[in-house]
Design a protein around this ligand. Structure first.
Ligand code: PMP
Length: 426
C-alpha cells in the first residue's frame, strides 16, 4: 500500500468513500467497546482467586514477628510481605515500607508531605514561590494529575527509545533549584512500554541537581510484567546505582501488586535509603497505627515467595500476549507503510502507544467513539492534558476479551485512516 501522502486527491477521496462505507457498517453494529484504561481482565483477576482460600476462619493469623495480624501493631509491614515485595522490587528487605492498597496513594502522600513539611529539613514546597517537576512525555496521566493538583509546574521532557532525554534532564536539574522531582516509569513505561537503558539509569544516579531536596520518583509499576518469556527487558536497580554514585537519598521507588493480584486490593510499597525511610516512618506513625496486615499475610501466603510471583506473572502473560499480538498484527497489516502513524511493540507492561499524524489524535478518538469504542482521551498522556502535537494515543488492550479487542482495533485503524485522509485533503 502506498503512503497516503503520495496519493493524489482523487485517489484519497475514492479511498475515503470506501472507508466510510466500512465505518458505517461497524457503526450499525452499535458496539460498546473500551480500550481506555489499563485494567486487568476478569480472566486475569481469576488467577488470584486462590488468595480467598489461603486465610480461613480457622487459620493461624500470626505473622513472623509473632504479632496477631487481626490486631494493631507492626507499623511498616509484616516481615513476610516485606521479603516478598523487597524481592519483587530488587531491594534489601530493610529498605522497604509496606503501605496499603495503592502505590499512587503513596506517591500522593510523598508529594503532599514535601509540600507541607519539606524533605529532610528543606523548606516545605508550599512556602516556595515556585516548584517544578520534570515530566517525561508521553507519560502516566495520574502522575501528572498529582503534580497539577499541588500546583507544581510541569515541564515536558521528551522520551527517547532509551528513556527520558537525559541531556535535557541533566541540564535542567543542574541549573534550576525550583525543579524538585521527575516522574519516571522506568520499566515497560506507561504508555510506550519503553525500558530505560543502562546508560539512562546510570545518568539518573549521577545527576547533580541544584535542589538538595530533588528526588527521582521512580514508579516501577511494571517491574515483572513481561509479555514474553524469551524476550524480556532488564532494568538496572536504581537504589543501588544511586548509592554507588554517592547519591543514596536521591530516589523514591514505588511499586504495588495492583496488576499482579487485585487492583485496588493489593499491597503497595516504597523503597528508599535508610534516611528517607526514617523520615517517612516518622510521618506515617502520625497518619496510621498500621496498614492492612491481613491482606499482607494473604499475599505472602498465596505467592509464598518471589518465585511463586514470577510463575503467577507467566499466567498473566499467557492471557495478555495474544491481546497485544492481535493489536500489533492489525496495526501492521492495516497501517504499515501508509505513513499516517507509528507505534512501538512493547515487551511488557499494559499499553501500546500510538503516534498519529500531527493534529489528528483528538479527532481519531472522537471518530472511534462514534462507532462505540472508548479510548483514553487524547492528550491524557501529557501534563495538563495538552499534547502539543495532538498526536499521541494510548491503547490499553488488557480489559476487553480477545474477540472484542479485534473489533475494537478494526474501529481504531478505520478511524486513523479516515481522520488522516481528512487531514491530508485539508
Ligand atoms: N503507576 C503506574 C505507572 C500505573 O500505570 C498505575 C495504574 N495501574 C499505577 C501506578 C497505579 O498503581 P496502584 O494501583 O498501586 O495505585
Amino acid at each position: 500500500m502506498a503512503a497516503y501522502k503520495d496519493m493524489s486527491r482523487e485517489e484519497l477521496s475514492a479511498l475515503k468513500q470506501e472507508l466510510e462505507q466500512e465505518f458505517k457498517k461497524v457503526k450499525s453494529k452499535k458496539l460498546k467497546l473500551d480500550m481506555s484504561r489499563g485494567k486487568p481482565s476478569a480472566e486475569q483477576l481469576n488467577l488470584s482467586m486462590g488468595m480467598m482460600d489461603v486465610l480461613r476462619s480457622d487459620s493461624d493469623l500470626i505473622c513472623e514477628e509473632g504479632v496477631d495480624c487481626r490486631n494493631y501493631g507492626v507499623l511498616d509491614g509484616i516481615r513476610e510481605a516485606k521479603q516478598l515485595l523487597a524481592d519483587m522490587m530488587e531491594v534489601p528487605k530493610d529498605n522497604i515500607i509496606i503501605f496499603g492498597n495503592s502505590s499512587l496513594n503513596v506517591m500522593y502522600d510523598t508529594i503532599s508531605r514535601a509540600m507541607t513539611h519539606g524533605i529532610m529539613g528543606s523548606t516545605p514546597w508550599a512556602k516556595l514561590d515556585k516548584v517544578k517537576f520534570l515530566c517525561p512525555v508521553p507519560g502516566y496521566d495520574r502522575h501528572f494529575a498529582i503534580t497539577e493538583h499541588f500546583e507544581i509546574e510541569m515541564i515536558n521532557v521528551p522520551m527517547t527509545s532509551e528513556g527520558p532525554d537525559m541531556d535535557l534532564v541533566e541540564k535542567l536539574v543542574a541549573e534550576d533549584d525550583a525543579i524538585k522531582g521527575i516522574w519516571c516509569v522506568p520499566k515497560y513505561s506507561n504508555p510506550q512500554g519503553i525500558t530505560y537503558s543502562d546508560e539512562t539509569v546510570h545518568r539518573f544516579a549521577c545527576l547533580k541537581p541544584a535542589a538538595e531536596d530533588f528526588r527521582i520518583y521512580w514508579d516501577n509499576a511494571y517491574g515483572i510484567h513481561h509479555l514474553y518469556e524469551d524476550k524480556q527487558d532488564y532494568l538496572i536497580e536504581i537504589l543501588m546505582e544511586c548509592k554507588k554514585a554517592g547519591n543514596p537519598d536521591m530516589v523514591y521507588k514505588f511499586s504495588s501488586t495492583s496488576k499482579i493480584s487485585f487492583p485496588g486490593s493489593g499491597i503497595a510499597a516504597i523503597a528508599a535509603s535508610d534516611a528517607n525511610l526514617a523520615e517517612i516512618r516518622k510521618q506515617m506513625q502520625v497518619q496510621t497505627i498500621g496498614h492492612d496486615k491481613v491482606n499482607q499475610l494473604r499475599h505472602a501466603r498465596f505467592f509464598k515467595d518471589i518465585h511463586g510471583m514470577v510463575e503467577h506473572m507467566k499466567k498473566h502473560a499467557d492471557i495478555m500476549r495474544p491481546k497485544f499480538d492481535a493489536v500489533l498484527e492489525t496495526l501492521e497489516e492495516e497501517l504499515e507503510g501508509l505513513e499516517i502513524g507509528s507505534w512501538i511493540a512493547p515487551r511488557g507492561g499494559y499499553f501500546i502507544s500510538f503516534d498519529a499524524m500531527e493534529g489528528c489524535a483528538k479527532a481519531i478518538v472522537e471518530k472511534a467513539k462514534e462507532a462505540g469504542l472508548v479510548m483514553t482521551g487524547a492528550g491524557a498522556t501529557f501534563p495538563y492534558g495538552k499534547d502539543p502535537k495532538d498526536s499521541n494515543i494510548r491503547i490499553a488492550p488488557s480489559y476487553p476479551t480477545l474477540e472484542e479487542l479485534k473489533e475494537a482495533v478494526k474501529i481504531f485503524v478505520l478511524s486513523v485512516k479516515l481522520v488522516s485522509i481528512d487531514k491530508l485533503l485539508g
